[in-house]
Write a protein that binds this ligand. Structure first.
Ligand SMILES: Cc1ncc(COP(=O)(O)O)c(C=O)c1O
Length: 456
């Protein structure tokens, strides 16, 4: 087990280079809790996610979970080659018609082969449907099976957009499940299902689930942890027993990292692999894997996939939402087929994995150098983020506002908590900014943590 946990205990708490601020005021700016989303972004639908996250700042960006500009700069050329290949295929005209509900067979075959080789576990083309990215995949799945008042169980730290979507758009009742340093605790899921039993829906033929569990077992956002095989199998057992649909965000699975070259990366089977069902069985299966090209290529392509058993995906494929237009992103899926068939995606994922690992190590080293006592974190096992615990008296939202004065972007921890906890945490993304900026960012964060720790 290579998980490395850093607890900083000896660095001085206060640097004289930094002026001690008045209470309630930091460097002349009144202290406010940072809003989860930017208050200045336009609200008429013209904002990008970057603007929504207040992320258009010319400085170290440790806030937005995306590949960086230097990786995105490679996408146009790859897509040009993929398009040239796809446009020269005999059947290309069909790409511009309404496509099959299941999704283009060429794309699904190519994706299944690619994922099988990366996961080391067979992915079947017939168990895939294209989506417009993981957010849309989750929205499609959840809104098909659940509606106002239904219950969704989530980890006690989870992806903030999913939380907002469940609560504000679908009006679901969100119940948190306690996790520990290893991730979600299956017995806690069982306990909470029993506790809320009278509020769960009655399963019917078309919607055979009582509630949903939304989870990120592999390289979790924001903690970077990876659930053990034992817990995965126990989680699936509980989900089956309690008749839960498990929506599993598998968006970082292809991007494991390790803290040093002598420690191997920890690759994990997706949760779906534990939900074993017999071939041809159309009446079993509880888990769906929700994947995306956003983290391994570029979020602008808005392409992803749902992988799961017929019992769950067949009703979706034949829903009016898909029947009305065929599978979503038909043309883009055709281009992605080219990316895979030409080997471009595979090489790019290898490149990203190596670059992201280097950046994680650089940020980790800079944090160890610059953060004061009372901070701790665990080197992530994959994904995009370091989950940083601050001294008890330092509020993550205050730190977020404070470092912004030095043009550094970070994300306050409470955004990820369904219960408004984790106030003394922040999430730091290491994939977007280059190495030098990450080091600079860590230094600035360290200074501001010292100031806040001293003045609170
Ligand atoms: C857990 C998780 N799910 C979904 C997404 C969004 O993915 P997509 O761009 O494919 O909608 C993200 C991106 O930050 C994520 O971290």
């Amino acid at each position: 087990m290579y998980r490395q946990c850093y607890r900083l205990a000896s660095a001085p708490l206060f640097s004289s280079a930094f002026r001690r601020p008045q209470r309630g005021v930091l460097n002349g700016v009144p202290r406010v809790r940072a809003a989860p989303f930017s208050v200045s972004a336009p609200t008429d639908g013209s904002a990008t996610l970057f603007q929504d996250l207040g992320a258009e700042v010319d400085g170290p960006n440790l806030r937005v979970g995306s590949p960086g500009p230097s990786e995105l700069a490679k996408c146009a050329d790859m897509l040009r080659q993929a398009a040239a290949w796809k446009m020269s295929q005999e059947d290309v005209d069909s790409l511009f018609h309404y496509g099959p509900q299941k999704g283009d067979p060429g794309f699904r075959r190519a994706l299944a082969t690619f994922l099988s080789s990366r996961y080391g576990d067979e992915v079947l083309a017939d168990e895939l449907i294209p989506t417009a990215g993981a957010t849309q995949g989750l929205a499609m799945l959840t809104s098909f099976y659940f509606s106002t008042g239904d219950v969704v169980f989530v980890e006690d730290l989870t992806f903030f957009i999913a939380l907002e979507f469940f609560r504000k758009e679908l009006n679901l009742k969100v119940i948190s499940i306690r996790s520990d340093s290893e991730g979600i605790i299956p017995s806690e899921l069982k306990r909470r299902v029993d506790e809320y039993s009278s509020e769960l829906r009655t399963p019917g033929d078309e919607r055979p689930f009582r509630a949903m569990l939304y989870c990120i077992p592999t390289y979790h956002n924001p903690t970077g942890r990876c659930l053990s095989p034992e817990r995965r199998s126990e989680l699936v057992r509980v989900a089956r027993e309690c008749e839960l649909l498990v929506a599993c965000d598998d968006v970082y699975n292809l991007l494991p990292i390790s803290p040093s070259d002598d420690q191997p990366v920890k690759v994990s089977q997706r949760l779906l692999a534990y939900d074993d069902i017999a071939p041809g069985d159309k009446t079993s299966g509880n888990v769906v894997s929700n994947g995306t090209f956003s983290k391994i290529f570029g979020p602008g392509v808005r392409l992803g996939w749902l992988e799961g058993p017929d019992r769950i995906l067949e009703p979706l494929r034949t829903s009016h939402f898909i029947r009305g237009g065929g599978a979503v992103q038909h043309v883009v899926a055709g281009l992605a087929e080219g990316l895979i068939v030409l080997g471009l995606l595979g090489r790019h994922v290898d490149h990203c994995q190596s670059v992201f690992q280097t950046r994680a190590r650089v940020l980790d080293a800079a944090l160890r150098k610059h953060l004061p006592a009372g901070c701790s974190w665990v080197f992530p096992e994959g994904g995009f983020f370091i989950w940083l615990r601050l001294p008890e008296n330092v509020d993550g939202g205050e730190l977020e506002t404070s470092v912004l004065q030095d043009n550094v972007l970070i994300f306050s921890g409470r955004n990820f908590s369904p219960d408004g906890k984790f106030n003394n945490y922040v999430r730091l993304c290491f994939t977007y900014s280059e190495e030098e900026q990450l080091s600079q960012g860590a230094e600035i964060i360290g200074k501001h943590v010292r100031v806040l720790a001293e003045s609170n």
